[in-house]
Design a protein around this ligand. Sequence first.
Ligand SMILES: Cc1cc2nc3c(=O)[nH]c(=O)nc-3n(C[C@H](O)[C@H](O)[C@H](O)COP(=O)(O)O)c2cc1C
Ligand code: SF4
Ligand code: SF4
Ligand code: SF4
Ligand code: FES
Length: 608
Amino acid sequence: MSNNGFKVKIGLASCSIAAGAAKVHDLLKDLLADDGIHLQRTGCMGLCYCEPQVEVVAPDGRSYLYGNVSTDNVGQIVEEHIKKGEPVEELLVVPPDGASEAGEYIGRQERFLLHNCGNIDPENIESYLDAGGYKGLAKAVAMKPEEVIAEVKSSGLRGRGGAGFPTHQKWTFARDAKGEQKYIICNADEGDPGAFMDRSILESDPHSVLEGMMIAGYAIGASVGYIYIRAEYPLAIRRLKIAIAQAKEHYYLGTNILNSGFDFDIKIREGAGAFVCGEETALIASIEGKRGMPRFRPPFPAVSGLFASPTSINNVETFANVPQILAQGAAAYNVHGTEFSKGTKVFALAGKVNRGGLIEVPMGMSINDIVFAVGGGISTGKAFKAVQTGGPSGGCIPAELADTAVDYESLKEIGAIMGSGGLLIMDEETCMVDVAKFFLTFTREESCGKCTFCRVGTEQMLRILERITEGEGTEEDIDTLEDLGSKIKAGSLCGLGQTVPNPVLTTIKYFRDEYEAHVRDKVCPAKNCKALIEYEIVAEDCKGCGLCRKQCPVDAISGGKKEPHVIDQATCLRCGLCVNSCKFDCITVSSKPGKTAPVDGQGMGAVS
Ligand SMILES: Cc1cc2nc3c(=O)[nH]c(=O)nc-3n(C[C@H](O)[C@H](O)[C@H](O)COP(=O)(O)O)c2cc1C
Ligand code: SF4
Ligand code: SF4
Ligand code: SF4
Ligand code: FES
C-alpha cells in the first residue's frame, strides 16, 4: 500500500527507551512499513511522565500525541487512526486543539530552546538543517568576532551552569587573553542528583550544542573545543559522536568553515561521574588526565585554563541558546524573561508533582505557576510544602514563598539559587530534616577532601543530622549546624564547599519548628524518621485478611484468618509496605509512645 499522507514520530531519549519505547519503535516500524510510512525517530517530547510517546500527524497537518504507548496498544493506533482515520481517544494525551491536561502542560511553557526536541531526528543532520540549523553559525562567521560577542551581550544571556555569569563577559575575557592556542569547553558533567536537562538536550538536539560551541570558538579565537560528559550518558555520547561526524562531512567542522578561514574541531572527553568534576578547574584537570580536584582562582580559566591556555567554559544549555540568538537576533531572545534574567530556563521537574518532566519556562515565572499550572499540582493529593532548587548546592523554598519569581536575583534574595535546573517538589509528608540529610549525604561523599572545612565539616554536619533524625539531637545541635554551615561556606576553596550547607541552612531558616520537634519533643512531624515512628494495626477495623502479613519482609505481622492482626514492634523495620497493602486503611503511623506530642500551631501534620 502506498503512503497515505500520515507522518509518525516516536520519542527515543534514554527515559523513553527505559519505559519501553525501543520495542514500540520496532513494532510500529514493521506495522507502518506495509503502508510505506516512514517512522521518524526523535528525542525527548517533553511529557516524560507518560512515556513512551508517539505523535501522529494527519494528512491535514493536525497533530495527535499518544502517551503510555505499549506494544499492546500500538497496533490499535495503526489500525484505527492511521488506516481508518479514527483517532484512539483513550490513548490520546494531547489532541490537536491542545485541550487536555498534557496540552496545558505544554501550553504553559515557552519552548524556545527545546523547539527541536521531540521534533527533529537527533541522528540526522538534514533534519537539523531543515529546522534552520547552522544558520546561526553562517551568520556569525560573516560578522567580526567582536560583533558576535556584542550580539550575545545584547541578548543578556547568562550561564546556565548555575552561577548565571554573563556569557559575553566570559567570552570577552578569553578573547582578550594572550595565547596562540585557545579552547572552548562544554560542561556536560551534570552531576546534580535527579537533573537531566543537559542529557535530554544532547540526546534530542546535539547539533545545537555543537553549533553553539563553534560560534563561541569563532568569537574568542579558539580552534578546538572539548565536550566533558559523564560516561553514564552513553546515548548522549553516541548521538554526539554521530553529530560530530556528520558536521565534519558537511564542512561545519574542520578547516576553513563556510569559507570564512575559521578552523574548529570538537573532541569528546568522558568523565567518571564525580560531582566535583563539574567545577570548572577540576574539570580542566580531569581533561588533562590529572585527578579532578579544584584549584585556586585566579588565574581564571579564561586566562590560564586547559593546558595553561585561555579557555572559555560554558554549560550545555548556555551553548544551546547561542545559535538561535545569532540566527534570530538578540531582540527575539530578549522578549522572554525579566529585566536581569533574560530568556527561558529548562528545568527537570520532579518529586511529588503530577506532571514531571523536562520543561522550559520563561525566566520570571512563579514557583506556584510551575508547580500547579505546568506540573498539575501535587501528585499525592497532600498539601504542597516546599521546593528544592539548584540540587545539592541549592536551597529549600517553603510553599509560603512560592509566589517568588524564578530568576537569578529573586531566588538569591530568599537564600536559594537557580542552579542548573533541578526542581524537586515536596509535599507535607516530607521531613525537611531528612531532606537536608539526603543532600548532605550526597555532597559529603563528593567532597574532594582538599579543604578541611569541606572535608571534616560536612562529616560533622551529617553526624548531627543523623543524631537528630534518630531522636538523639539537642537544641544546641541546631545552633552548631548553623555555625558550622557558615564556617564551611566561608572556609572552602570551591563552589562545592561554598554551597554544601545551603540545604541545611535553608531548611533551618524556613522549617526550624521541624528541627525543634525532632530535638525537643523527639517527634518527626512528617512521620517519616524511622526511629521516631511506629506502625500499628487498629484492631477493631482489621478484617484479618492477611494481605499485610504477606507483604511484610521480616514477618513482623501475626494473626489468624479473620482475626485482628498485630505488629511486633521489635521486629518491624518501619518500611511502610504494609500500609499500602491494606485495602481497609487500618494501619496507622504514629509517634512512638513515650514521646511528647508536637507543639501546637507550628504547621506540622497531626500525629495520631
Ligand atoms: C561542585 C560543582 C559542580 C558543578 N557542576 C556543574 C555541571 O555539572 N555542569 C555545569 O555546567 N556547571 C557546573 N558547575 C559550574 C561550573 O563550574 C561552571 O561555572 C559552569 O560550567 C560555567 O558555565 P556557564 O557560564 O555556562 O554557566 C559546577 C560547579 C561546582 C562548584
Ligand atoms: S571546597 Fe570541598 S570540593 Fe571544593 S576543593 Fe575544597 S574540599 Fe574539594
Ligand atoms: S512497616 Fe514494614 S517491617 Fe513493619 S510491619 Fe509493616 S511491612 Fe513489616
Ligand atoms: S491488610 Fe489490613 S485488614 Fe488485612 S490483616 Fe492487614 S491490617 Fe488487617
Ligand atoms: S523523555 Fe527523557 S527527558 Fe523527557
